[in-house]
Ligand binder design. Structure first.
Ligand SMILES: [Zn+2]
Length: 290
């Protein structure tokens, strides 16, 4: 398994760890877009980070990381579902060379949104983007939103994206091992980007923490999947309004919408378009794609 989420736990210290490797998932995103290397790196880091953060959620749901800035990267979004599927995209200039986050995004904002699967409120928190790297920006975000102490390391190359997270559990520090957080943080920081990308998850855990008491769980599979559907596009067209949709059909013969994440094309001809606005509109299915 090359695309996975590997959880582990320092039981004596009440600190959790998560490791992610994205291989085919990352390739699927790269195959659909042609990004400059620094933009690619930022998007890959955001994908690894979204998966790491979603693993720490108490409530299962969809987690979204969104960055908006002055550019050259003006927009970036990554979504991770409770089923561990990911999709993402970025809007950026073609000729970006810098890798510093501040130079890549300019003055920007970082938003993290959680939409719980079952009952529960949608939660979003937005902060000014700060830090030289995305890992630092997310650590700052978590710090400001007064969440549990968390540190993360992210790495990307043309083939893979990877990440490592450690987080204090609420009970942490209750027992004797008060130095554990600093010690485990320092051990984690010794991993190089190259090692994080290339070594199997279990080997990384062994290399870094062989003197600690670590419980390693079964890895979970991860994959790329776009959750766009004909139904969602239909909803979007309804919000555009009947007149606007009619005008497009009059001009172009039909309404064509291409999903920006996966490049799937949806077409609504004159009849389909009228049906969208019929008084008792039948659902846009059966051509729903999931
Ligand atoms: Zn799609």
């Amino acid at each position: 398994m090359n695309d996975l989420l590997q959880r582990f736990l320092f039981e004596h210290a009440d600190i959790r760890g998560d490791l992610v490797h994205l291989d085919a998932t990352w390739q699927a995103v790269l195959a659909k877009h042609d990004y400059a290397p620094p933009v690619r790196a930022l998007l890959g880091q955001a994908m690894a980070a979204a998966l790491l953060l979603s693993a720490t959620l108490k409530q299962q749901g969809r987690l979204t990381i969104q960055i908006q800035g002055e550019g050259p990267v003006s927009f970036l979004v990554v979504e991770c579902t409770a089923e561990r599927t990911l999709r993402g995209l970025a809007h950026a200039d073609d000729d970006v060379t810098t890798t510093d986050l501040r130079a890549l995004v300019g003055r920007g904002r970082l938003a993290i949104t959680l939409e719980p699967e079952a009952d529960g409120e949608r939660y979003q928190s937005i902060v000014e983007l700060s830090g030289a790297s995305l890992a630092e920006a997310i650590e700052n975000y978590l710090d400001r939103s007064e969440q549990l102490d968390t540190r993360l390391w992210l790495a990307v190359d043309g083939a893979r994206a990877a990440g490592l997270l450690i987080q204090k559990l609420p009970e942490s520090g209750r027992v004797g091992d008060t130095d554990a957080w600093n010690r485990i943080g320092q051990l984690s920081g010794t991993i190089s980007a190259q090692e994080l990308l290339a070594l199997p998850a279990r080997e990384i855990i062994h290399r870094l923490y062989h003197e600690e008491d670590v419980r390693v769980f079964e890895p979970e599979p991860v994959c790329f999947r776009c959750n766009c559907s004909r139904e969602r596009v239909a909803d979007m067209l309804r919000t555009l309004g009947h007149e606007e949709v009619r005008a497009i059909v009059a001009d172009e013969g039909s309404v064509q919408v291409t999903c920006e994440f996966c490049h799937h094309k949806y077409e609504f001809d004159a009849v389909d378009s009228e049906q969208l606005f019929a008084a008792d509109f039948p659902p846009a299915a059966p051509r729903t794609r999931q």
